[in-house]
Design a protein around this ligand. Sequence first.
Ligand code: ZN
Length: 357
Amino acid sequence: MAKKSTAKTNYPLIFDGHNDTILAMLSGRSFFEESDKGHIDLPRAQAGGLGGGFFAIFVPSTKPMGGFPGMQRDASGGYRVPLPDPLEHRHALDFTTRALRRLFELEMEAAGKVKIVRTAAELAACLDQGIFAMILHFEGVEALDTNFDTLHVFYQAGLRSVGITWSRPNAFGHGVPFSFPASPDTGPGLTDAGKALVKTCNELGVMLDLSHLNEKGFWDVAALSTAPLVATHSNAHVLAATPRNLTDKQLDAVKETGGVVGVNFHIGFLREDGRSDAETSLTEIVRHAAYMADRIGIDHIALGSDFDGATMPQDLKDAAGLPKLMKALADHGFDHSALQKIAHENWVRVLGETWKN
Ligand SMILES: [Zn+2]
């Protein structure tokens, strides 16, 4: 079913798997006025046909993260970046509470133009009516305690998606570093608390996001979870060998469970040489989308921009540039039906199957 956008582009309305825009707003950027900084605000979203997405709460480290992103390169262009230090629970909880307050204030200020959606029906209604839809997502669950008291409270507040780790190790699992080239098989799997988190999220109907999780953790979730497997913002490891991308076996597992992978626009996760060069072409995004569509099917590919958290190809620039990406996908040969699936239909389907209502 076609969704309408408040601002018309010639392409299907886009619902996106990952952004770090809440962090930008905490630093003072407005969501309602067009900025030339970062990637998402409401005017640029409307210009680009972006109807909503997963809004991540990411808790920054309290101290500089060992050399990242100023990494050291070896002679062959590879680089090694150590894992960031773990976060303290109390710091993560305080930051997350402040970010949530900011998000709820934004929803109030929007006076009906923006909604934090909690059910599949609310998501569908927002996309139909041109209301900008936000899904509350935690990127790394350091704000949660291992008894899940906070998970139940945050669920009532609207939390509907969690990434078990943001690369940092935490009480629940271990994430991947940002080294290149490297395998995602970088350490142990989920802890007992992590396995209990999978079960509790399944019971509540909270989506589990596998982007940033290491490979053993991925397979632990695959063995335990009753929901479709989802990686909100990752690409194909065979095309760009960062541990942030998924191996072919991982991609196949996403397909087998009816899940979805959101194609990440970050230049460093697209290029075969792993370089963060802004002159990277939009066709690099198309290359990953096409590879994954060929391997696991068009029903399992979506968008996971990483807007406001990563470096975009310069031709895309920001959310207002999304029609250029849709054109590049169409030029490659994705027909209207395929573009609709990539743009929003696959996200809507998987969330409908994952959430309890
Ligand atoms: Zn991320």
